[in-house]
Design a protein around this ligand. Structure first.
Ligand code: C5P
Length: 288
């Protein structure tokens, strides 16, 4: 068996938090979008029961500290084939620790790929359910597209397809630790919230400008001082013609939305002078 699968990055068009939950997680409301920036995975069966991962990033662990191995183990246990050894090869393009869901998306891609290889015995809904213990963003990544995520982030509602547009994604050289940012947001009241209902209406109407100008992430108000580059990159994207720019998830990546792919490609040329890890992308439709 040798199977290939892509793992698409996710962006948070909006990110809102309404409080802490009794289970220690936070109550979220997020409009999420899968985009064309992706990792490429290939999975093959190997002798023995071991599950290992290899990637172009030497520092990523190859054992079950890697979410793709945990996803594979979970699937093989559920499918009743836990004795099968697997080797997962990953070409990572999505920056790590960037708020772009790279790890979550790899985990989801492993579940989709193995499900295909084993005769599609689980429905997409069942894969979403299965993926919950792997992390809050993994269920979204099973089908991707445009979705409203609530609760821990794993209660999903499919939304109309995102209007076609160009996207420029920039990852500053520093990363932000997710638990640190959640802790910082708990220390102070959240001053303003995104207009999630307004974005949903704009999505329904296919109104790209209406979506882009309402993009907002509450974590931006809780950023440590050392993260000034995030505001700087957003301003540059707007100066280059972006209809809106915002940080994704817990950062540190930011993205800007442009009316056309051409405008995004031109802006990307300029942004590369200010940010080493910089990509163009476009919205991806829902899978399945
Ligand atoms: O679910 P996941 O493993 O991706 O979450 C990573 C960390 O992010 C959690 O340990 C928690 O600190 C924080 N988190 C949260 N509320 C959520 C999602 C994540 O507090 N809804």
């Amino acid at each position: 068996m040798q199977i290939r699968e892509r793992a698409w990055a996710k962006l948070n068009i909006t990110l809102d938090i309404s409080g802490q939950r009794p289970d220690g997680y936070h109550e979220m409301k997020m409009i999420m979008l899968a985009v064309s920036l992706c990792d490429e995975l290939s999975i093959k069966s190997v002798p023995g029961g071991e599950i290992r991962a290899k990637s172009n990033l030497r520092y990523l662990p190859g054992d079950e500290r890697n979410i793709s191995c945990r996803a594979a183990r979970l699937f093989m246990e559920r499918a009743g084939t836990a004795e099968q050894g697997l080797e997962i090869n990953m070409k990572k393009r999505i920056p790590v620790c960037a708020g772009l869901g790279g790890g979550s998306s790899d985990g989801a891609a492993v579940l989709r790929a193995l499900n295909r290889a084993f005769g599609s015995r689980f429905t997409p809904r069942e894969l979403e359910e299965m993926s919950r213990p792997l992390g809050s963003d993994v269920p979204f990544c099973i089908c991707g597209g445009t979705q409203l995520a609530s609760g821990r982030g794993d209660e999903l509602e499919p939304l109309p397809p995102f209007p076609d547009c160009g996207i420029v994604i920039c990852k500053p050289e520093f990363s932000i630790r997710t638990p640190e940012l959640f802790a910082r947001i708990d220390e102070r009241p959240i001053a303003s919230h995104p207009d999630t209902a307004g974005v949903l209406e704009a999505l329904e109407a296919g109104d790209l400008r209406g979506i882009a100008r309402r993009m907002y992430n509450v974590f931006e108000d809780a950023l440590p001082r050392r993260c000034g580059k995030i505001g700087e990159l957003k301003s540059r994207l707007i100066d280059l013609g972006a209809l809106g720019a915002v940080m994704s998830g817990t950062g540190s990546a930011v993205f800007g939305i442009f009316e056309t792919h051409g405008e995004a490609i031109s802006a990307h040329e300029e942004m590369k002078k200010h940010c080493r890890e910089c990509f163009t992308a476009y919205p991806m439709p829902r899978i399945g």
